[in-house]
Design a protein around this ligand. Structure first.
Ligand SMILES: [Zn+2]
Length: 71
């Protein structure tokens, strides 16, 4: 095995274990794992579609980042 799967974290489950796209995937997935907080009520918001977020608590639908709300 030439691939350093440990080093690339969550991206290790996919194909080749090297290259920039894998590093970027890790960054995105780490941000996705943290709670996405609704800017209106502070509760957890859900991603409805790309860049569209829906808060169950206050019923608001708003735009945000494609994969996560705040950086
Ligand atoms: Zn809300």
């Amino acid at each position: 095995m030439a691939v350093k799967k440990k080093k690339i974290g969550a991206a290790g489950r996919l194909g080749a274990g090297y290259g920039k796209p894998k590093e970027r995937l890790n960054v995105v997935e780490q941000k996705q794992r943290v709670k996405q907080v609704c800017p209106f009520c502070g509760k957890t918001a859900k991603r409805k579609a790309k860049g569209v977020w829906n808060c169950k608590k206050c019923g608001k639908i708003f735009t945000g980042g494609t994969f996560y709300l705040q950086a």
